[in-house]
Design a protein around this ligand. Structure first.
Ligand code: PMP
Length: 362
């Protein structure tokens, strides 16, 4: 029998088993074509249907309004750190960014070379263990846009209420919490996310952009750097990551089969509550993040600040079939990423293991 572990990895991460099984079933012969989606022309009738269904599935699952375009693009979320300013920055209107961790640091790294920018708030002085309050955030009224990261994958913080940016378009990197909770897309100018957490395998990113914003870019930008290229060509200007897009379609179908994002969100809250409660109830484990900022997706915990015990925990958990629990190299500790594909039983197994480990080492 195939051995499957419980995968708590931060990304690439677990894919719903039903999706993998469907992909396996269709791997050699997709829908009677006698070939794998991997081998198929991106211009074929079958693939055209796949990419259209992927887009329609995402639109339905996120209730994306009609005045927003969806594109599939390579280069991961990281390319968007450059592509967003290249397309959305308007001269004399500095980009504003709220600095909350490693992934805004990387975005700022690109802004340094590309545009004027201003940090509208930062929690760096607190080790990013919290998010800024409304009174700390100072947004330029004439900013080109405001950049935030909705869920900070490394430290484990997540915006519950997004900052209000007025007429300034809000741009959100939702790489690690897209499709995990209901959001009102119309509040955003642009949303982007790498696929490899809640959308599917690595190899693509999704950009959801209000149509008018895509027209800001100079037509002198490299063609592959303009959002309008992807919009006009329905993400088929060149060869897209076809197999990744196909798996994304299966993930969209799976989300619908679960009752949609609303039902997924309910599960995610239950999963996170269970895990944070187990941490809070024990004197052995600690959460470095105050409850109001805690991520539902990436649960970071420490063991009495003992790196030795933490590393023992990760090793023994791995042996027990609980994989990917090592914290990010910058944050240390233990991190359980409990994306959509992990169900409540996965969290219960982790808690059982935590209790056993505490008994032996506490
Ligand atoms: N933003 C966030 C919030 C992330 O978690 C990650 C990856 N972990 C990235 C950006 C970078 O994504 P990619 O590797 O797809 O460039």
């Amino acid at each position: 029998m195939t051995k499957r572990v419980i995968n708590f990895s931060a990304g690439p991460s677990a894919i719903p088993l039903a999706v993998l099984e469907k992909a396996k079933e269709e791997l050699l012969d997709y829908n009677g074509t006698g070939m794998s989606v991997m081998e198929m022309s991106h211009r074929s009738k079958e693939f055209t249907e796949i990419i259209e269904k992927t887009e329609a599935g995402l639109r339905e699952n996120m209730a994306i309004p009609d005045d927003y375009e969806i594109i599939f693009i390579q280069g991961g979320a990281s390319l968007q750190f450059a592509m967003v300013p290249m397309n959305l920055y308007e001269k004399g209107k500095p980009v504003n960014i709220i600095h909350t961790g490693l992934w805004t640091k990387k975005a700022i790294g690109e802004l340094k070379n590309l545009t004027e920018y201003r940090i509208a708030a930062s929690t760096e002085a607190d080790g990013y263990r919290r998010l800024p309050s409304e009174s700390e955030i100072n947004i330029d009224k004439n900013a080109s846009y405001l950049h935030i990261v909705s869920n900070n994958t490394v430290v484990g913080t997540q915006w519950k209420n997004f900052p209000k940016s007025g007429d300034v378009p809000l741009v959100a990197d939702m790489s690690s919490d897209i499709l995990s909770r209901e959001i009102d897309v119309s509040k955003f100018g642009l949303i982007f996310a790498g696929a490899q957490k809640n959308i599917g395998p690595a190899g693509a990113a999704v950009v959801i952009i209000r149509r008018d914003l895509a027209e800001r870019a100079s037509e002198k930008l490299p063609i592959m750097m303009q959002y309008r290229t992807y919009i006009e060509n329905k993400s088929l200007y060149n060869t897209p990551p076809t197999f990744t897009i196909y798996i994304m379609k299966l993930v969209m179908d799976w989300i619908k089969s679960q009752g949609g994002v609303k039902a997924i969100e309910k599960m995610n809250i239950q999963k996170a509550d269970l895990l944070y409660n187990a941490i809070d109830e024990s004197p052995f484990y600690q959460s470095p993040i105050a409850p109001e900022f805690r991520s539902l997706m990436n649960v970071v915990m420490r063991i009495n600040r003992s790196e030795e015990l933490e590393s023992k925990f990760v090793k023994e958990a791995d042996r027990a079939g609980l994989s990917g629990l090592k914290g990010h190299r910058l944050a240390g500790g233990i991190r359980a990423s409990i994306y959509n594909a992990l169900d409540i039983n996965a969290v219960k197994k982790l808690i059982e293991f935590m209790k056993e480990f505490e008994k032996k080492n506490g």
